[in-house]
Ligand binder design. Structure first.
Ligand code: 5GP
Length: 185
């Protein structure tokens, strides 16, 4: 897929580096939540691959669900608006909840989701994100389980898309914006 496709830029984080970090996060989560009723809530669509990998590195019984939000239009610029497209099916009341996100950029999405989830009376509420772009933050957000910090580049792969594509790239790559008008700010 890489050859001949000019939108896929350099590899920023390899699949091996991602797998190693996911394993470490899974171990830490398993220790921290031992004996507790844990629910993972993946934020679609981007977090589906991370959640699938993470849950298999967790060694304690765990429930899971997804919520679908939209924070970007079809390009790479943030709208600042978070829309719930699909709510979760299970109740999180009285449970230990871990929100599983692909990447924290401005922090607006997680800020909004944390507020929303808090109103549903979870026993505890924490955040796990595999990638973090701290230089782009607009609102402060505490990432309790943080994967890998990356520079301010628009990335694709490992669940992350550009205009719906490239989620299936196993490595995290930079989007090559040479031929794209709608460039990341
Ligand atoms: P935030 O609300 O923190 O600005 O953005 C969170 C969401 O924006 C992520 O869940 C992801 O869907 C999208 N996003 C942020 N940065 C990137 C990026 O570099 N590449 C892609 N594909 N999506 C991103």
């Amino acid at each position: 897929m890489k050859n001949g496709n000019s939108q896929i830029g350099e590899i920023l984080v390899t699949r091996e580096q991602i797998a190693q970090r996911v394993k470490e996060l899974g171990q830490k989560i398993s220790e921290d939540y031992k004996g507790k009723e844990l629910v993972l809530i993946g934020v679609l669509k981007g977090a589906f691959i991370f959640l699938a990998d993470l849950i298999r590195e967790i060694t304690i019984p765990v429930d899971m669900d997804f919520i679908a939000v939209s924070s970007y239009a079809d390009g790479t610029k943030t709208s600042g608006v978070v829309r719930i497209i699909k709510d979760m099916d299970i109740s999180i009341s009285g449970k230990h909840v871990l929100i599983v996100e692909d990447i924290v950029d401005t922090g607006l999405t997680l800020n909004h989701l944390k507020e929303l989830f808090s109103t549903r009376n979870p026993k505890s509420l924490k955040i796990c994100a595999i990638f973090d772009k701290p230089s782009r933050r607009l609102v402060p957000i505490e990432i309790d389980y943080k994967g890998i910090e990356i520079p301010n580049k628009f990335v694709i792969g490992y669940g992350l898309d550009y205009a719906g594509k490239y989620r299936n790239l196993p490595d995290l790559c930079v989007l090559n914006t040479d031929n794209i008008d709608d460039k990341k700010e």
